[in-house]
Design a protein around this ligand. Structure first.
Ligand code: FMN
Length: 167
């Protein structure tokens, strides 16, 4: 089984989550690769897709939205999971942070199996004045939770194995 983990990321922390997911899927015996959503030309060669986007001002990263639009037809026939990364605190670990409107619309459009929100990350390397002033004011940090990300990935692997067995 080949799984694509496609992501839209501005400051590379969502890319890091995508890498963690691909690694965890590979550890479960699946063939998985993480790629920037903008660089994916076709999804035909994949059996399943995980699509993630960073959150900025309650919007899902444009590359994730564009990917969902561009590949809507082939994705309709595949198992799809979605994630967002954003909250710069532990709220994503404590509660189920609902999908923003755009991600929820993609979930419906693609019939995705699930959407989850993971904590985000913002460091003084981030692009943009606002981002750096958030960090300067002590509200940055790395709130990604590798264990939770791996756990979600293992659940995806289990569902895919189940799908393959029942074929
Ligand atoms: C200007 C700005 C706006 C943001 N807006 C949101 C938001 O609406 N919701 C949220 O959960 N996180 C928000 N964040 C936090 C980012 O989503 C977080 O830093 C994320 O990890 C960035 O992903 P990236 O490194 O892949 O670009 C914002 C960060 C910045 C700098």
């Amino acid at each position: 089984m080949r799984v694509l983990v496609a992501y839209g990321s501005k400051n590379w922390s969502t890319a890091g989550i995508a890498d963690m997911i691909a690694e965890a899927l590979a550890a479960e015996g699946l063939e998985a690769e993480a790629r920037p959503a903008d660089e994916v030309r076709a999804v035909a060669g994949y059996d399943a897709v995980v699509l993630g986007g960073a959150l900025y001002n309650n919007r899902w990263h444009h590359a994730a939205r564009r990917f969902a639009r561009r590949h809507a037809a082939p994705l309709a026939g595949k198992p799809v999971w979605l994630f967002s990364s954003g909250p710069l605190d532990d709220s994503a670990d404590r509660t189920q942070v609902p999908a923003v409107r755009q991600a929820d619309a993609v979930r419906h459009a693609l019939g995705a199996r699930e959407h989850v929100t993971f904590g985000g990350c913002l460091t003084d390397q981030a692009k943009g004045f606002i981002a750096r002033s958030i960090v300067r004011n002590g509200r940055g940090g790395d709130f990604r939770n590798p264990e939770r990300i791996a756990e979600w990935s293992r659940k995806i692997a289990a569902e895919l194995r189940h799908t393959a067995e029942s074929r």
